[in-house]
Design a protein around this ligand. Structure first.
Ligand code: DU
Ligand code: SF4
Length: 230
């Protein structure tokens, strides 16, 4: 389908010199614990159910997570935390994710990232953010007809997501809604090809939040449940 074609296209993108260098450097000098493994080392496409009603939007691939496995949020603690929550809420068929062939399937949910290449220190530049935005635009356009809600993980994705949704056919209030854990806003459609969209914020599933208890499993479950309830 069109989403698979888009995944194919994004996987070949080399538009950001600093990120191309970093993602390939990390793959070449792979961490000792993964020394024998192939590293993906390329842009990471979105993943999930092409008929998604919920989009989960994160920041960017992790150097030794998605940049290693090639599937968004797969292969590190952040992904374990996210997919365990999605499994508890009924959005994933299993609670763990190790590799692209581990059997994970998402139900009515698509997971993606604001920037598709692993950035140094998990921090893309504003220019890299803007260069990557058209990939998210195209993904949202393909998902848009069935989309009912978006869960954004972290403040970076919140800004990217609001800007993308404004371009994609929803009215984003000015001033822009403020990010926070549990923040919620309903965006009205600009035209008949879109439905009202519930956008929810959650703290990001990065280890600095989950290890410190700033984001607990119950907190993430709560946001995901609100995203899929009627
Ligand atoms: O071969 P396929 O059923 O079209 O699935 C392709 C790919 O997408 C596979 O890795 C599972 C995932 N996926 C999913 O997570 N949820 C769905 O409802 C359909 C496909
Ligand atoms: Fe291309 Fe996005 Fe990767 Fe930049 S971050 S190289 S735009 S896929």
């Amino acid at each position: 389908g069109a989403l698979a074609e888009l995944a194919e296209q994004v996987s070949g993108c080399r538009a950001c010199p600093r990120l191309v260098a970093w993602r390939e450097e990390v793959a070449r000098t792979r961490r000792a614990s993964y020394a024998t493994q192939e590293y993906w080392g390329r842009p990471v496409p979105g993943f999930g159910d092409p008929e998604a009603e919920l989009l989960v939007l994160g920041l960017a691939p992790a150097a030794h997570g998605a940049n290693r496995t090639g599937r968004v949020f797969t292969g590190d603690r952040s992904g374990d935390f996210l997919f365990a929550a999605m499994h508890r809420v009924g959005l994933a068929n299993q609670a763990h994710s190790e590799s692209v062939d581990d059997g994970l399937r998402l139900h009515r949910t698509w997971v993606s990232a604001s920037v598709r290449c692993a950035p140094p220190a998990n921090r893309p530049t504003p220019q890299e953010r803007d260069t990557c935005a058209p990939w998210l635009d195209r993904e949202i356009d393909l998902l848009a007809p069935l989309l009912r809600s978006v869960v954004v993980l972290g403040g970076f994705g919140w800004g990217v997501g609001m800007t993308a949704l404004a371009r994609a056919g929803w009215v984003v209030p000015a001033p822009k809604p403020v990010f926070g854990h549990g923040a919620e806003v309903v965006l009205q459609p600009r035209g008949p090809s879109r439905r009202p969209l519930r956008v929810l914020g959650s703290y990001h599933v990065s280890q600095q939040n989950t290890f410190t208890g700033r984001l607990t499993p119950a907190m993430l479950d709560d946001v995901l449940r609100r995203a899929v309830e009627d």
